[in-house]
Design a protein around this ligand. Sequence first.
Ligand SMILES: Nc1nc2c(ncn2[C@@H]2O[C@H](COP(=O)(O)OP(=O)(O)O)[C@@H](O)[C@H]2O)c(=O)[nH]1
Ligand SMILES: [Mg+2]
Length: 271
Amino acid sequence: MTYSNAVLNEANRDAHLQDPRTHVVSAVGAVGTGKSSLLNAMAGERIFRTGEAYATTLEIESQVRPWKYAPTTKYVHMIDTPGLCDTSARDRQNVQEMVRYFKSLAFGVSAFLLVFDIKDIRLDAYTQDMLNLFQQLLGKDFWNFVVIIFTHVDEEVRDELDDAIEAVLDPTDGFVAELTRIFKLSPKTFVPNLIFTTTQNVRMSSYGQRQIRELYNSVVRCEARNDHRRFNCTWLRQILAHQTEDEKDDFIVGSIMGAWSSMATNVCRLQ
Ligand SMILES: Nc1nc2c(ncn2[C@@H]2O[C@H](COP(=O)(O)OP(=O)(O)O)[C@@H](O)[C@H]2O)c(=O)[nH]1
Ligand SMILES: [Mg+2]
């Protein structure tokens, strides 16, 4: 089943997708970090399945909704992902999901939401591999569209998390500094917004709503910083240039395999 058959099934959907005012965000990160919960909080609706169980999100899903806590009416196309690029699961199903994922980016991306659980902030091998693959396929410009989100910063535990938040924000040893080192980014140009939020009971909590509004502002800032354009790149345009779905799929699979084989020798992983 192709992405377009499986997912683009709502009335008005294409119009919203092609409207440059619609934000396009994709939540990526390891399983269980709160990606689906975060997108639900942004929409103020339970759209995406969430849960304790291993890998509740099994495939790429995308929906267009108004941003719930935005100051003006703005639509957001939310792309939810399962744990992409899980190296232990480099099977056909996994590659197929990645094919659908990259096709879903065809309209460009306002922001890649990189989601972590504040209680587990290691840049684990999974996440490093994923980011490495993105960098190889999408080019370094993709880093300019990254917003980093730490979930599980619930209001009642916020005080206890002060140390963890400070550690993440540390200019020399913090999260951004580590990403900068691992991926050899320029500290001058890699200045992503960091959001610390809860995804739970946001409808009932002005604290949660404030954080989600802050996330909205970060996505707006991300676009503004990039001349009000969505992220796009040669490789994504090459996908579109292929005529049939099969040709598109083969092209993406070939690129992923090529990137993986070069990563196997070049991957620079922090132990
Ligand atoms: N307390 C708390 N739990 C959260 C938060 N975000 C996610 N969770 C829980 O973490 C689990 C995994 O969330 P989910 O959205 O399914 O993660 P995903 O696999 O990244 O999509 C679920 O049980 C969520 O209820 C948060 O901000 N605070
Ligand atoms: Mg999920």
